[in-house]
Design a protein around this ligand. Sequence first.
Ligand SMILES: C[S@@+](CC[C@H](N)C(=O)[O-])C[C@H]1O[C@@H](n2cnc3c(N)ncnc32)[C@H](O)[C@@H]1O
Length: 309
Amino acid sequence: MILVSRHLEPPNPSPQPSRHQPVLLEETVRLLAPERGGFFVDATVGGGGHAEALLAASPEVRLLALDRDATALERARMRLERFGDRVEFVHAPFSALASLLGPERVGAVDGLLADVGVSSDQLDERQRGFSFQQDGPLDMRMDRTTQKTSAAVLLANAGEDELETWLREYGEERWSRRIAHAIVKQRRFGPLLRTSQLADLVARTVPGGRGGIHPATRTFQALRIVVNRELDELDALLEQAPELLARDGRFAVISFHSLEDRRVKEAFRAEVRGGRAEDLAPRGVVPSAAEKRANPRSRSARLRALRRL
Ligand SMILES: C[S@@+](CC[C@H](N)C(=O)[O-])C[C@H]1O[C@@H](n2cnc3c(N)ncnc32)[C@H](O)[C@@H]1O
């Protein structure tokens, strides 16, 4: 394997307060019904916006806040400080949730939230390499302490067919073959280490983006999903969640593209068909026009929620 880890940049040592705007905030809180009190889990605490609203809804809410990004967890800790020991922070991927909870809390979760994907804090921090809009190292790891494989390492080592499959399956990119070929050709002249190199390469290779979308959007999405094994993570959570919930416990998921939403929809349908849960929003909840205007990053979000019977 070709290792190009020297291109990475150190994390920001003292994070600024979060600038992430929580998506579908009111709708999520309504569906999770925290006014009941009880034990809640925010599996993707990020900047802590949803967690804050859940904790503020009732003094009887206790919350386990999880994130695989240590910097995000630090930000959430600053924001949620005033709730004292009602909040517990854990640095872990949510695929490990069942084992983290331990036997006494499995089957005792009153509300579980997963707001999957990346936050604005991650997207806007150039050194994280998630964005094609600013130049940075091609990193894209959410957890820089345990994940060893950056996007640059993947690009340096994948075969053309493998790249094509990622772009087609995880980016739903119609120009997958062309882009994969261009990446492999470019590698002969040196490794792709910067986000701007990749974004320019894709922009030169495919016709202009549709509907004002940058032509590299889908390539970046695909790579991010592979670097972080995002769909495996989501599948693992969807499999564990029903067993974790208490009776009347709620499970809400906010997803940002059809690959994720399809999985959530199917997992929820299986629970409803089995008579184990009620679907609280069968068609999903999407942001209002006003929210999309105020926060364009919310535009592809869809919220789904279940109640355990
Ligand atoms: C969209 S943000 C969440 C924002 C949060 N709801 C708020 O209001 O600020 C997604 C967060 O989930 C985290 N994340 C994504 N996948 C994860 C996983 N598999 N396990 C744990 N955290 C994950 C990311 O690091 C990121 O901080």
